[in-house]
Ligand binder design. Structure first.
Ligand code: GTQ
Ligand code: FE2
Length: 325
């Protein structure tokens, strides 16, 4: 049998010679995406235009997805594992209950009075608060305040989509029934729904006395990240931090600037950021965060670290480097 005949006979039996594959396959290291930033000063005016143009009786949720524009990948998401959206509600508006297999984590950003109800329990959303809706918990949003509210949704939809494991149901399951049928990320009790920023901020900033500090959001019952796939860290950087840390990780993350100004140095790209800006830290890129000005900077970082840890592919490296005087 010559090579062509062999190829044809193999194909007829749905067999493919691996040695003739050109695309995909094995490579020495991940191909990282380009970092991307969404600047609040640019997007805020369009949030107001969106409110004027899109009434809530026309859409289920008023969300602007942060879409990674990398032309090589044709993403419809923010990073390859995390999808982020800016969700906007006006006083009196609601987003109806539903539930889905993807996990979600929200960080309140602007305005007061927003509420998220998770399996029948209603949580306030005050700037910086983290609210969890684990897989298959019923959730709805409402607004009891008097001003526009904006929060960021972080979902692991891209992971679930790749696994073809999206389940979605409109409407509220009876809260009790939902609680009974769904455990937390680890099959135990459901993780705490809300982590108030006010409980964390002062200690985080105080702990940064020698340059920087980090607070890991951990479920108080299981002592681990509250969601099976996503975790959350608040990082604080103080001005005049001379011993800068450079990091590289296999995890993808998205950072929200809660306070302060600074930049993230990716080598060939430097992203400058201010409060409410959102930027990606694509996996496997060396990067260093740097504060500018006199005030500490606080970043809220959401990553796919728990998913990678469970897959046994979480690799995180940190090295100190002395920044220029
Ligand atoms: O609020 O339930 O940005 O289901 C994307 C999907 C928000 C939500 C998003 C969702 C939601
Ligand atoms: Fe949802």
């Amino acid at each position: 049998m010559d090579a062509d005949a062999l190829r044809k006979s193999l194909a007829d039996l749905n067999l493919e010679p691996l040695w003739e594959r050109t695309e995909g396959g094995l490579r020495p290291a991940p191909l990282p995406d380009a970092p991307q930033i969404w600047r609040w000063a640019e997007i805020e005016p369009l949030i107001d235009e969106t409110i004027a143009a899109v009434p809530m009786d026309k859409v289920e949720r008023r969300v602007l997805t942060l879409r990674n524009p990398d032309p090589r990948r044709r993403y419809t998401t923010t990073t390859r594992s995390i999808n982020c959206g800016l969700q906007v509600l006006m006083p009196g508006e609601t987003a109806p209950p539903h539930r889905h297999s993807p996990n979600a984590l929200r960080v309140a950003l602007a305005g007061e009075g927003g509420r998220t109800t998770v399996n029948g329990e209603t949580h306030e959303m005050i700037r910086g608060d983290v609210i969890l809706t684990p897989s298959w918990t019923s959730h709805a949003h409402s607004h009891a305040g008097s001003e526009r509210v904006v929060w960021i949704d972080f979902l692991d939809v891209p992971l679930f989509r790749d696994l073809e494991l999206i389940f979605f149901e409109v409407g509220g399951a009876e809260p009790e029934a939902a609680v009974a049928s769904v455990g937390g990320a680890h099959g135990g009790p459901l993780p705490a729904g809300r982590f108030p920023w006010a409980d964390i901020r002062a200690a985080l900033i105080a702990a940064a006395s020698d340059g920087e500090s980090v607070h890991d959001y951990v479920d108080p019952v299981i002592g681990d990240a509250a969601l099976a796939t996503l975790d959350c860290r608040a990082r604080c950087f103080r001005p005049g931090n001379r011993l800068e840390r450079e990091r590289r990780t296999s995890a993808n993350s998205v950072c929200l600037v809660l306070e302060g100004e600074g930049e993230t140095d990716f080598g060939e790209t430097v992203l400058r950021w201010r409060p409410n800006d959102i930027f990606t830290v694509p996996h496997w890129r060396w990067h260093a965060h740097r504060v500018e000005g006199d005030a500490p900077a606080v970043l809220m970082e959401v990553s796919d670290r728990p998913a990678l840890r469970r897959l046994g592919v979480l690799s995180e490296t940190e090295r100190a480097r002395r920044s220029a005087p």
